[in-house]
Every structure is written in C-alpha cells, then in structure tokens.
Ligand binder design. Structure first.
Ligand code: GLN
Length: 495
C-alpha cells in the first residue's frame, strides 16, 4: 500500500510559494500516482508530455518572479466533456472517437490563465448520463473505498482522481447531481454552483438548462478558490449570469470561533429526512452533521418542499427532452466517428448513431424525443416545466425561512457494480440532487463520516447566488470536523 501523497490545494500552493516544491515535482507526482491507481480507471487519457512542459514553464515564471497567480503550476484533472483546444473531448462515448476540439472551455481557459495544468481527462458516464460511471463506453471507474463499488457518477473519474490523491482539484459537470453524488460516494467535497455562475461554453451539452461545471477538492476552501478563479460572466454563453467572479474565498475566515455560525438558519426539509428508502446510517450521519453546525451557533428550522416527490420525474422529462435535442448534432458528419460503407447519407447517420451511442444514451434520446413529440408534449414536457415552477416556488418559500438547506446528498452510500442495473432504480437515487439543478440553486456535498465503512455526504443547498454562503458553512463544518481527512483503505489502490 502506498500512502496517499496529495495534500490540499491550499497546502500545495503554499509549498510552491515558499519554493519548497516545484511545479514539475507536483506534476510528476500526479502522473506517478495516476499510474499507481490505474486499476481505478479514473482517467481516459493522461497529458504526460504537455503537462511536464507546462510545469517547466510555470517553474520558469516563478523563478523570474512572474507567476500568474497562487495557482500557477498546480496539476488538475478535467472531465472528458470539457473541451481543451487541440485535444480529444470524447464524453466517454464511441461516437466522439477521433474528435479534437478547436477551442478551450471558458472555465478551463480561466484556470489555465491562472496557471493550472491539466494532467488528464477523467472517465464519466457517456455524455454525463448516469450515476455510477457504468455507462462509460470504456468501462467504469472504481471507488477507492471499495473497488467492487461504483464511485458515483457521472463525474466519477474526477471524484476518484481527487479521492485517490492524484490531483488536489478536478472539474466535473453537474446536471442532476453528477458532481455532488460522486463526491459523497468517495469522501470528498464537490460543488455545483448557481446556474450561470460558470460558463458552459466548452462543456459538451447534455441538458442545457441544468448543466453546470463545478469543482471537486478535499475541502470547501479549495473549491471556493477554484470557483473564484473560473466563475464570472462570459459573453460566449448566453445563459451566463452578468455577475463578476465569485469572491467566496473572502467569505471564509481562517480561525473559526465557537459561535461563528451565530444567526445562521438551517432548513431541514421533512420530506428529505423522512424519505422512504433512505439508508438509516446516512440519515444518522447527516443529523450528526447538523448537530455540529448547531454547536457552531446555527439554529435549525423545519421547512417543507412539498413538490419534492415529483422532482425525479420532472428531471427525467426535462433532461431527456433537452438531451434528445442536444445530441441530434452527433450525426457522423459533424463530429467524431462516421460509420463506414453506408450506401447513402441517411444510412450513414443511422449507422453512425447506432454504433456510436451506448444503450443509456439511446434510451434517453428515445424518451426525450417522445416527450417532445406533438401528441405528448402537453402531457409530459409542458407538465414537467410546470412542476419545475412549483419546485422553484417551494425553494423560494423555504429560503424565506432559512439561509441554507441541509440534506443528505444521496439516499445511500456507494453501491456495488450491477446493483442498480434497472435504470429506474438508478434514476431514483438522484432524489436529493436534481432539485438544485431544476431550480438553479447552488449546492455542495461535504464528507460527514462513514456508514458501514463507506463515506456519507452532507449536502448544503443555498438560494440562487448563495454560493459564498454554502461554501462558508461547509468550511466552518470542515474546520470543526476531520471527516475529510479520512482516507480510503485502498489509498494505494494500484497495489
Ligand atoms: N444521474 C443523473 C442522470 O443520469 C445526473 C447526471 C448528471 O448530473 N450529469 O441524468
């Protein structure tokens, strides 16, 4: 077993500033660690030479007193649906084999402008559709806490890359929980920002009204730092908020005193804590976490989200509808793979899509096309949009009573591969996460202990533009607890 060598982003940045370590050393360490953990299949590709070259350049900048930011020279990983110029962006799908992006995603461009170095592209459910990475065309990633279990998804590879100590930070995307749920399954922090905070330009679209890029890290503090560096208006994304970048790091205080959360109201939705099918061990850990926040001065208030029971159904109508439209562009002509030997264009498109897409993606395209079809539009798509408004009203009312909502991130801890082979069972496990996407609100998952040896996530949901608040509460919680310091038993999972 190899000890987990990767400190937090904050510690790494401090060691670079102090000249104790070079960026090249950090990048080499990441690459070595990635190889040690190869059996976890966190990565689809590594940028060995490119990353080394950029690290040398970062070291030269530091030596010349010209470092771009405190993040200059830090290795990061990105999900395979985030574009980087000249490189693949395959979304873990066969249909994008051979595709290379002509441009950088804005979020990534901003992190690179700050000096971050991409060491690799991480595994995911095909087109971000799933909650386990089992839908990746290249096979699943494995959970470092138990390689027979899923790391969650769809951003499972990014979560594993951080949890196994390959990188201090990774980017994922969250359409219905794909950052928060894998963060919770692997014992790290994962955040979905307010819709529109982070540009979606260069994030391959799954469901455009729900998708957001967000960070994974060991601490809320590290997430805050990354969010501040990549958020802010982007004219290239028409749904981008007009706001300047977040200043969440400023909202954090170094040494928390007792009572630092004085006055903070934490809403506890009865529907979430009384959910049938939620594992008792999960509810217990989350209640303990809430008690810890109370000990820090917060007080709890009961709130109600009466339309929560419709959230999963609403999400799978909206998300599939948007997916069917977004994925129409993958036709064998414009991007990536084209089926050979077709007699005409129609057959070429049909065969490219039949061969290129996996079963779950096809299921969603069929569902989405159905709910948008003339005869069923009113019954399904329109109804779902109406429910979405009701959900937004529920959250609006709740946030009149409280500042943040506390909830579990997932009703269960990491499940075994194949355990949720029925797509519906998997869909239902998104019950706690989809509402933040449907309502555009920010949410973060923070490790809050183990249940039967597996990590549990506390989810903190804030009102729209409440990104700083939820990160501050998550940071306060982490300053008072050490759950995020727990390391998987297979820290050296390559062994
Ligand atoms: N599990 C959800 C789905 O399969 C969410 C995915 C995501 O957030 N990308 O759609």
């Amino acid at each position: 077993m190899v000890a987990d060598p990767m400190p937090t982003l904050r510690e790494l940045a401090a060691s670079l500033e102090a000249g104790e370590r070079s960026s090249l050393e950090l990048v080499e360490q990441s690459l070595t660690r990635a190889r040690e953990c190869e059996s976890l299949a966190a990565f689809l590709s590594l940028r060995e030479d490119g990353a080394r070259e950029e690290a040398r350049a970062a070291d030269r900048r530091r030596a010349a007193g010209e470092r771009r930011s405190p993040l200059d020279g830090i290795p990061i990983a990105i999900k395979d649906n985030i574009t980087k110029r000249g490189e693949t962006a395959g979304c873990a799908s066969r249909i994008l084999e051979g595709y290379r992006s002509p441009f950088d995603a804005t979020a990534l461009a901003r992190l690179e402008a700050a000096g971050c170095i991409v060491v690799g592209r991480t595994n995911m459910d095909e087109f971000a559709m799933g909650s386990s990475t089992e839908n990746s065309a290249y096979g699943p990633s494995r959970n470092p806490w138990d390689p027979e279990r899923a790391p969650g998804g769809s951003s499972g590879g990014s979560a594993v890359a951080v949890a196994a100590g390959v990188v201090p930070v990774a980017l994922g995307s969250d359409t219905g929980g794909s950052i928060r749920q894998p963060a919770s399954f692997t014992g790290i922090v994962g955040m979905k920002p307010t819709y529109g905070r982070v540009s979606r330009l260069g994030l391959v679209a799954f469901a455009s009204s729900l998708d957001q890029i967000g960070p994974f890290a060991r601490t809320a503090r590290d997430c805050a730092w990354v969010l501040d560096a990549m958020s802010g208006n982007d004219p290239g994304d028409s749904t981008s908020l007009p706001d300047p970048p977040t200043r969440s790091t400023d909202a954090l205080t170094d040494a928390l005193e007792m009572g630092d959360l004085d006055g903070l109201r934490i809403g506890l939705p009865s529907e979430y804590f009384e959910l049938e099918g939620a594992a008792p061990g999960v509810i217990e850990r989350v209640r303990e976490a809430v008690a810890e926040l109370e000990a820090a001065g917060a007080r709890t208030v009961p709130v109600s989200l009466p339309n929560s029971r419709f959230a999963v159904a609403c999400y799978y109508l909206v998300a599939t509808a948007e997916a069917s439209s977004n994925l129409a562009r993958f036709d064998g002509a414009r991007y990536g793979r084209r089926a050979a030997g077709a007699a005409d264009v129609g057959e070429m498109i049909e065969r490219s899509r039949s061969e290129g897409f996996g079963a779950e993606v096809k299921r969603r395209i069929l569902l989405g096309t159905f709910v948008l079809s003339a005869g069923y539009y009113d019954a399904y798509y329109k109804k779902a949009q109406q429910v979405r408004t009701l959900l937004r009203d529920d959250f609006g009312r709740a946030f009149e009573e409280c500042d943040v909502i506390a909830a579990p991130t997932s009703p269960e801890t990491a499940f075994r591969f194949g355990e949720k082979a029925d797509p519906l069972a998997l869909y239902l496990s998104d019950v706690y996460t989809v509402s933040a996407n449907l309502t555009g609100t920010p949410a973060v998952s923070v490790p809050c202990g183990l249940s039967e040896g597996l990590p549990v996530g506390l989810q903190l949901i804030g009102p729209a533009r409440g990104d700083e608040t939820i990160l501050r509460v998550a940071d306060a919680y982490q300053q008072r607890t050490s759950h995020h310091e727990a390391r998987p038993p297979l820290a050296g999972a390559g062994a």
